[in-house]
Design a protein around this ligand. Structure first.
Ligand SMILES: [Zn+2]
Length: 421
């Protein structure tokens, strides 16, 4: 399995050939294939706000942009446009937390091709990538011309350096969006749909676990097609209001019976005795969600995905939870396939995605990125305040809360450094 790119049609290709022109795609290299996804509305706005040049902003509006996860302290995504990486967007702390975009050399060359803009020129020759230059840079990056090459310069403690350079011509491409990507992959999408429905028909689940996230939504949709009639929503009591509404709306949209479960004792009445949930001590999922499911018997379909390989697709996997057998009909789907499927079928989806949330869960989930927490502050100030007040009561300082340090019981080294700054 790979994600390829058709340079002629300017679309990602999931199968062996581009279904628009029949060409073999160029394979794309990603850090984490399973998590490639289209940029959300909110992230696109964040990206556009980082680029002051109007023609470049216009070029990136409505165009298909793919994001690839990169390891880092917090939110860090490589940005792919027209089949190559144009830069990295990340959430960083200097004076305060903020987003920072830095283009690649090719990204800088694209911006230059669109705008003719350069910030300055250098006369040095030879190997320029990584070279230190004596220059004071305003902002996060500058576009540099060195002979026939276009590079990007970033500030350092002592001056600046050439971060990356690109010495060929960049062609601007026809604007393509998610609809074009769907058209280029219709046969492939029909194939994975068929494989997943086969798993459901074979395993015959009575229920689908429905959290309101995109993966469980697609699982529920496929299960509905295969004749399943019931969904279980294990409400943690810490859901965003959008999620609660969406879960009911979507079940209604399909005409599915929705069984909502509530924890026996709510989170707030047990958090003092269990402790603050952290990445390394996540009692919450088990206590608030899974315990409740154990009283059911039979088979349940779950939207867990863990990309493996196309050869294994359709084989199905399963596990048990109490008396329940759990099956995973979309185990091998990529995030990109889930999104293409949702758009291909014109399905409604949880509005939190467009608001900048990447995964749907509790509003104070310790697995969230700090970028997402700061987003909660803006989109759901009263929920944020409720959790913040609890953390203050437990002895965390304003700054520790701002840095999200409560998310670990044992702070990793990188986060300890952040706490000192
Ligand atoms: Zn093509």
């Amino acid at each position: 399995m790979q994600i390829g790119y058709c340079p002629k049609c300017n679309v990602p290709v999931l199968g062996k050939r581009c279904e628009l022109c029949g060409r073999e795609p160029i394979p794309l290299r990603f850090h984490d294939l399973g998590d490639i996804r289209p940029i959300s509305r909110k992230e696109r706005n964040i990206l556009l706000a980082q680029i002051s040049l109007k023609e470049a902003r216009n070029y990136l509006k409505n165009r298909l942009i793919l994001l690839s996860k990169q390891p880092g302290l917090d939110y860090r995504r490589d940005i792919f446009v027209d089949g190559y990486k144009i830069g990295t967007l990340e959430y960083v702390k200097d004076e305060s937390w903020r987003y920072r975009f830095v283009p690649t050399g090719k990204g800088a060359a694209l911006i230059h091709a669109l705008t003719s803009h350069i910030d300055f020129e250098i006369r040095e020759k030879g190997h320029l990538k990584g070279k230190k230059i004596r220059k004071k840079i305003e902002g996060d990056w500058n576009i540099v011309r060195a002979g026939n090459c276009i590079g990007v310069a970033i500030p350092t403690e002592t001056g600046a350096k050439i971060k990356d350079i690109y010495c060929r011509k960049v062609n601007t491409k026809r604007k393509t969006g998610i609809k074009d990507a769907i058209k280029a992959n219709l046969g492939h999408m029909a194939y994975i749909e068929k494989k997943s429905i086969e798993i459901i028909k074979r395993e015959k689940p009575e229920y689908v676990a429905f959290s309101g996230g995109k993966d469980s939504e697609v699982t529920l949709y496929l299960a509905h097609k295969a004749g399943v009639k019931k969904a279980i929503f294990a409400n943690t009591g810490l859901e965003f209001p959008e999620t609660e509404r969406f879960v009911y709306n979507f079940a209604d949209y399909l005409g599915i019976e929705l069984i909502e479960l509530q924890p026996k004792k709510d989170f707030w009445s047990v958090v003092d005795s269990f402790g603050i949930p952290t990445k390394d001590h996540r009692w919450c999922t088990k206590y608030l969600k899974l315990e409740n499911l154990k009283k059911f018997k039979g088979t349940i379909a779950d939207g867990t995905r863990k990309y493996e390989s196309v050869a294994r697709m359709g084989r199905g996997r399963s596990s048990t939870l109490g008396n329940l057998r759990v099956v995973y009909p979309i185990f091998n789907w990529l995030s990109l396939e889930v999104w293409l499927y949702i758009h291909m079928k014109g399905l409604p989806y949880n509005p939190l995605y467009d608001m900048g949330y990447e995964r749907i869960g509790c509003y104070m989930c310790p697995a969230m990125l700090n970028a997402e927490f700061h987003n909660v502050k803006r989109t759901h100030p009263s929920l944020y305040k409720k959790w913040k007040n609890y953390l203050l009561k437990k002895g965390f300082s304003e700054e520790e809360i701002e840095d999200g340090l409560w998310r670990w019981k044992e702070l990793p080294a990188k986060m300890k450094e952040l706490g000192k700054s």
